[in-house]
Design a protein around this ligand. Sequence first.
Ligand SMILES: Cc1ncc(C[n+]2csc(CCOP(=O)(O)OP(=O)(O)O)c2C)c(N)n1
Ligand SMILES: [Mg+2]
Length: 372
Amino acid sequence: MNGSVRTAEAMVQVLDEEGIVVAPDLEPHLPVEFLWRAFEGMLTVRVIDERMLMLQRQGRIAFYGAATGQEAAIVGSGLALEPQDWVFPALREVGVALLRGYSLQDLAHQLFGTRDDILKGRQMPCHYSDRRVRHVSWSSCVGNQVPQAVGVALAARYVGDPVVVMAYLGDGATSEGDFHVAMNFAAVFRAPVVFFCQNNHWAISVPVTRQTASKTIAIKAVAYGMEGVRVDGNDLLAVYQVTRRAVEKARTGGGPTFIEAFTYRMGAHSTSDDPSRYRDPEEVERWRSRDPIERFRRYLIWKGLWDADREQALVQRIRDDLMAAIQKAESTPPPPVESLFEDVYATPPRHLREQQMAFEAYLREKARWLDP
Ligand SMILES: Cc1ncc(C[n+]2csc(CCOP(=O)(O)OP(=O)(O)O)c2C)c(N)n1
Ligand SMILES: [Mg+2]
């Protein structure tokens, strides 16, 4: 049904905070190994965040933005995609790329900006992208990716390519003009796109209550004639169900869906931020009891599928693999400076060739000066 206020206001939930199924008709009954893959995906995001925040504090990487608390929204939505689908991420969705084949080694090279970084060290740390897994580069400018995603979705439809495009965005991005342009265009032209908004309650220091006067974020979809769904973003099964449905609907010509995943940013916005300056620690404590990983673990226990040794071995393997990836990245040199001139033009124009020659002369001069 298009434009239903009810679904845009109510909250889809499969698991309660104790990990018990409260909506049996919505429980997806996934194979055991699929459930463990989801668990692994969430644990991976958590382990990476813990390690990288430490490395940033030690001065070994320049910048980091954690996704702690949002793992179910990220992994539950990522698992609903097919390999041919395209992802236009916002700030915190590298966990989606990791599910689709981006490796811990790729991630480490990106954060250290090494010679073997897919992006050749030209992006800020955390701005991951990899065409092999159809994870498009995000610009730091909030909201830019949303109309781009709609454009790609429409282009795919014109050429008859049955892909779905996933546009991730934050609650803050819903205040950008780009968001409204994209929503309108997608609904009018029934683009095969899914908008997945992680409402983590904060846009740096701006709370969601200052972001919008609407009752929910999902309800915004109604005015565009689009289905809006609000889901408990810390409930992996609910996120998976809702996203899977939206992806299938988009793929079969049913048009776009807007999903609001109700979640919480447990940590700082990024390593450049200090949330103690603007938010109440009690709020953070209240959300701690809704930890998405703990909730999913409880579900596995309740189902009789959890295994303490298996989880411990899994976490150990993720930690070991990550440590090995970090060590390799740290011992890999940065990209050669000459590579600065590559990749913009197939045939570099004269002014760029002149700059390149001047730069190379400067490097020769510097080398002579340092080693006469
Ligand atoms: C156009 C623009 N305005 C402001 C900023 C500064 N900025 C970076 S992230 C951010 C908040 C984004 O909040 P949200 O969309 O909720 O995503 P979250 O960080 O919570 O995941 C802001 C204001 C920016 N990068 N681009
Ligand atoms: Mg936010």
